[in-house]
Design a protein around this ligand. Structure first.
Ligand SMILES: [Fe+2]
Ligand SMILES: [Fe+2]
Length: 139
């Protein structure tokens, strides 16, 4: 049984693809550390990667609503230097926040309160990630 519009189902799948991108991108950045500065933040980046994995449980909601979650992540941009990595991460978070606000609006319009609430919580985490990455870029 399908319990949501095709538009909302597609958006949830886009969200899952983005979460998978973030998991891999941040884990590889955690691993590919070089130098004291990167070492100092590498555990923090891993912590964010693990939170993204929890977010990927959006798939559970999508499955309940009647659609199959994608296994294809969005393009992964690890980066070479720490600064490049953090810039890639800020961009990922900015794009995600914008998408999740759109999902909340669509869910609300469709009267899907549970999906909206799930994304409210996750979006707040993404704002924390955005704050973390932007703060690391400050000199
Ligand atoms: Fe996330
Ligand atoms: Fe995030």
């Amino acid at each position: 049984m399908v319990l949501a519009s095709q538009k909302l189902l597609d958006m949830l799948n886009r969200a899952i693809a983005g979460e998978m991108q973030a998991i891999i991108q941040y884990m590889w950045q955690h691993i590919q550390w070089k130098g004291v500065e990167h070492y100092a933040v590498s555990e923090g980046i891993k912590k964010v990667a693990i939170e993204e994995m929890e977010h990927a449980e959006i798939a559970e909601r999508l499955w309940y609503l009647g659609s199959k979650p994608t296994t294809q992540p969005d393009p992964i941009h690890v980066g070479d230097t720490l600064e490049e990595m953090l810039r890639n991460d800020v961009k990922a978070e900015v794009d995600t926040i914008a998408m999740y606000k759109e999902i909340m609006q669509i869910a609300e319009k469709e009267g899907d309160v549970a999906t909206k609430e799930i994304f409210e919580e996750i979006e707040a985490d993404e704002e924390e990630h955005h704050d973390f990455f932007t703060s690391l870029l400050e000199k």
